[in-house]
Design a protein around this ligand. Structure first.
Ligand code: FAD
Length: 436
C-alpha cells in the first residue's frame, strides 16, 4: 500500500503516526528537531511538552476528561504513555515531561512501519497522502508552502484572544443585559463595578504575573490589540475610558451608569459561551482565573479558554477544512494539531488521532469518517470547521461545544456527567474508533 507522510512529530503528529501504523500503513514521520529547533522546544524528543506538564482534567465531569476517555478507547499512544509517566496532580493528569516524551519517541522508533526522518520539510508533497502537524511554531518555509495551498488570507500567525467563560457559570444576580444606549438587541451581558470594586480589580490586574515573553513575540502586535494589563498600566483610569467604559449602560439594580463595566459578548450561536470584550491578555492562566474572578458576576466563572497573546500559526479552518481534517481543495492533505485551530496538548493529540485514522482509511480505499458532534472529538472538529465560526478563534474542548441534552438535568456536574455518558455510548458504536 501507499505510504503516509506526516510532517511534525509533536503531540498531533506522534499520535497520527501511531494510529496509521497500527492500521498497517507505512509512515514517514518528518521532524526537524534537534537539527533545527523552534523557539519553545528544548529537546529532540517527539511529543515534547513545551510548557506545563499537565494534560488537564481527567474526570468525566470535565470535557477534557471526556476527550481522554474517548482517546483511551481508540488506543491512543499519547494516553497510554501519559498513564505510565503519571505524577500525582489531584483530578488532573500530569506527567513527568522528560519521561513522557522519551517514551513516546521510543515507542515510535520501535514501530517497524514508521521511519523517522530528522529533517525540516520545506514544501508540502501533493502526490501522496500527507498529514501536516507542524504546530503553533511551524517553520517559516513550511508556513509559506501552506499559504500557497490554502491562500495567504487563511493563515494566521498571531493569536490575541480574550478569555471565554461558560454562560451557566455566571452570577446573574449581578450581571445585567444591555447594549450601549439601548442600541441594538440586548446583545451584551454587563458586569458592573463600583469604585471600590474597580480599584481592587485594577490593583490585582497591574500586579498579576505575566507569561514570560519569548524573543519572537513583540510586546504589542498593534495598538488595537494591546493586552489589557499593559493598557491598565498607562494609568488608573485608562480602562474606564477604554474597554471598561460604562457610558450608555444603565444598571437596572441602581438606575444609574456604574463606575466601570466589563462587557461579555456571546461567543457561539447557542449562547453557552461568552468572551470578555477587550480583555486579550498575557497573564498566566492561574492569574487570569484569580484576577478576573474579582469582577462582579464572574466570582465562579468557568474558563473554557484563557486569554493569550503569542505566536500561534493556525489556519482559519472553516472555509478550507472538512471535519474529516482533509483540505476541501486537496483531499489527500490532512491537517492536525494546533494548526487546525484546536488549542492544547490533548486537543492536538486528539485531532492527530482522527487524522491518522482517516488518512489510513483513505489509503485503504475507505471513506474518512466524520465523528458525531455529541462526542468530544466530533464536537471539537465540528467547532473548528463550522462556517459560522469564521474567522476562527482557537478553542479548548468544553461541554458548551456539544449539543445540549434531550432532557433537563439539574446541576452542572450532573449535566456534564450525562453529556459524557451520552458521548461514550455513541463512541462505543464507532467501530475502529472504539477499539473494535
Ligand atoms: P507541536 O507539539 O509543537 O509539534 C509540532 C512539531 O512540528 C514540532 O516538533 C516541530 O519541531 C515540528 N516542525 C515544525 N515545522 C516543521 C517542519 N517544517 N518540518 C519538520 N518538522 C517541523 N498547551 C497546553 O495544553 N498546555 C500548555 O501549557 C501549553 N503551553 C504552550 C506554550 C507555548 C509557548 C506554545 C507555543 C503553545 C503552548 N500550548 C500549550 C499549546 C499547544 O497545545 C502545544 O503547542 C501543542 O504542543 C501543540 O501540538 P502540535 O502537535 O500541534 O504541535
Amino acid at each position: 500500500p501507499e505510504k503516509l507522510i506526516i510532517i511534525g512529530g509533536g503531540l498531533a503528529g506522534s499520535e497520527a503516526a501511531w494510529q496509521a501504523a497500527r492500521r498497517g500503513v507505512k509512515v514517514e514521520l518528518w521532524e526537524m528537531r534537534p537539527g533545527k529547533m523552534t523557539p519553545a522546544h528544548r529537546t529532540g524528543y517527539l511529543a515534547e511538552l513545551v510548557c506545563s506538564n499537565s494534560l488537564r482534567a481527567d474526570t468525566l465531569e470535565n470535557a477534557a476528561g471526556l476527550l481522554k476517555a474517548e482517546m483511551r478507547r481508540a488506543r491512543s499512544l499519547i494516553m497510554a504513555v501519559a498513564e505510565e509517566c503519571r505524577v500525582p496532580a489531584g483530578k488532573a493528569l500530569a506527567v513527568d515531561r522528560e519521561e513522557f516524551a522519551a517514551r513516546v519517541t521510543a515507542a515510535l522508533e520501535a514501530e517497524e512501519r514508521i521511519t523517522i526522518i530528522r529533517e525540516e520539510a520545506r514544501a508540502i508533497p501533493l502526490h501522496e497522502p500527507v498529514i501536516i502537524a507542524t504546530g503553533p511554531l511551524t517553520s517559516p518555509a513550511l508556513a509559506e508552502s501552506l499559504k500557497g495551498l490554502t491562500g495567504a488570507e487563511y493563515l494566521y500567525f498571531y493569536d490575541a484572544a480574550a478569555p471565554i467563560v461558560t454562560a451557566e457559570s455566571l452570577n446573574y444576580n449581578r450581571i445585567f443585559k444591555a447594549s450601549r444606549y439601548g442600541r441594538g438587541e440586548e446583545d451584551y451581558l454587563n458586569c458592573p463595578l463600583n469604585e471600590e470594586e474597580y480599584r481592587r480589580f485594577y490593583e490585582a490586574l497591574i500586579t498579576a504575573e505575566r507569561h514570560p515573553r519569548h524573543e519572537f513575540e513583540p510586546e504589542v502586535v498593534f495598538e488595537g490589540c494591546m493586552p489589557v494589563e499593559v493598557m491598565a498600566r498607562r494609568g488608573p483610569d485608562t480602562l474606564r475610558f477604554g474597554p471598561m467604559r460604562p457610558v450608555g449602560l444603565i444598571d437596572p439594580a441602581t438606575g444609574k451608569e456604574p463606575y466601570a463595566v466589563v462587557q461579555l459578548r456571546r461567543d457561539n450561536l447557542a449562547g453557552t459561551l461568552y468572551n470578555l470584550v477587550g480583555f486579550q491578555t498575557s497573564l498566566k492562566w492561574g492569574e487570569q482565573e484569580r484576577v478576573f474572578r474579582l469582577i462582579p458576576g464572574l466570582e465562579e466563572a468557568e474558563f473554557v479558554r484563557f486569554g493569550v497573546m503569542h505566536r500561534n500559526t493556525y489556519i482559519n479552518s472553516p472555509p478550507v477544512l472538512k471535519p474529516t481534517l482533509q483540505l476541501k481543495e486537496h483531499p489527500q492533505v490532512f491537517l492536525a494539531g494546533q494548526l487546525t485551530g484546536v488549542e492544547g496538548y490533548i486537543e492536538s493529540a486528539a485531532s492527530g488521532l482522527v487524522a491518522g485514522i482517516n488518512a489510513a482509511r483513505l489509503i485503504k480505499g475507505q471513506d474518512p469518517l466524520i465523528l458525531p458532534p455529541a462526542t468530544a472529538h466530533g464536537a471539537l472538529l465540528h467547532y473548528i470547521t463550522d462556517p459560522t465560526h469564521d474567522p476562527l478563534q482557537p478553542m479548548h474542548i468544553n461541554f458548551g461545544l456539544l449539543p445540549p441534552l434531550e432532557r433537563r438535568v439539574k446541576g452542572r456536574e450532573a449535566r456534564n456527567r450525562a453529556l459524557a455518558e451520552r458521548a461514550l455510548q455513541i463512541w462505543s458504536s464507532l467501530g475502529e474508533f472504539s477499539g473494535n
